[in-house]
Design a protein around this ligand. Structure first.
Ligand code: SAH
Length: 243
């Protein structure tokens, strides 16, 4: 038997409450009634819960805690240069399915669709909703957060102390060694930062700056991938190795 699954929270009486959007969906679309069971994730724990009230507000109580951990063994942060159009939506959804922990957006030199201060809140709200839906659909215990928009590559200095920083660079294929393949076996229980460029790629200067912050160039093969494919291909490697 499979139950509807969603993220929720406890109120002060340890009863489970839902967001307004979820409440509407459960009551109006799925016609939830008292006694109906649902799987909820609260504070990174999974519970089987039963609806105990539908009015004035929708509430459930936990009936069983379920041991289940689908998360990757490392914290994987995707730092993604903002692409054109709705590709960002796609990458947020797929990255979430593949287990990403956090997505940081970067306005890099060749980004065509920069996120301005005025548009930021609305854009991030929408992306976080996409992440929540994808996390529910893929049965995760955490919703990856998307809060930070870096204004340029210099702001990557935030991460310079981390030892596992990688920049996907299409001109790296000439090197004999593939750093990432060598590292993959040792990447459990780490913080991993991966940087992927926009349609036009990174400038040489940007790659130099990233390198100076301890980001190592990695190749994803000899073919040039679209930026969204590169992000998904890279995360699927971690999904495979860090499960
Ligand atoms: N405009 C560039 C390609 C950019 S591809 C050109 O035409 O040459 C967009 C982004 O995807 C790049 O910035 C890089 O981060 C990533 N990428 C694409 N193919 C890659 C590959 N083979 N190896 C590593 N990274 C790649």
């Amino acid at each position: 038997m499979s139950y509807h699954r969603l993220f929720a929270s406890f109120d002060e009486n340890d009863e489970i409450i839902f967001t307004d959007t979820d409440t509407k969906h459960l009551l109006k679309v799925l016609n939830f009634q008292i006694g109906k069971k649902v799987e909820v994730v609260v504070n990174k724990e999974l519970y089987l819960a039963e609806i105990i009230s539908v009015s004035p507000s929708l509430k459930a109580k936990a009936v069983e805690k379920i041991n289940f951990d689908p998360e990757l063994t490392s914290f994987v942060r995707l730092i993604y240069s903002i692409p054109k159009g709705d590709k960002l939506d796609l990458v947020v959804q797929k990255a979430t399915e593949l287990g990403v922990s956090e997505i940081v957006l970067l306005n890099s030199e060749r980004c065509i669709a920069k996120i301005t201060k005025e548009k930021k809140d609305k854009k991030l709200k929408r992306l976080n909703e996409i992440a929540k839906n994808a996390a529910e659909q893929s049965h995760r215990l955490i919703i990856p957060s998307i809060e930070l928009v870096l204004d340029n590559i210099n702001e990557l200095s935030l991460y310079k102390e981390n030892n596992f920083n990688y920049i996907a660079y299409e001109k790296e294929f000439s090197s004999k060694n593939n750093v990432l393949i060598d590292d993959l076996e040792n990447l459990n229980d780490k913080i991993i930062n991966v940087l992927v460029g926009p349609e036009g790629g990174f400038s040489e200067k940007e790659v130099e700056i990233a390198n100076s912050f301890n980001f190592k160039n990695i190749s994803l093969g000899k073919r040039i991938l679209r930026s969204e494919t590169a992000a998904i291909a890279l995360l699927s490697l971690f999904n495979f190795y860090l499960n």
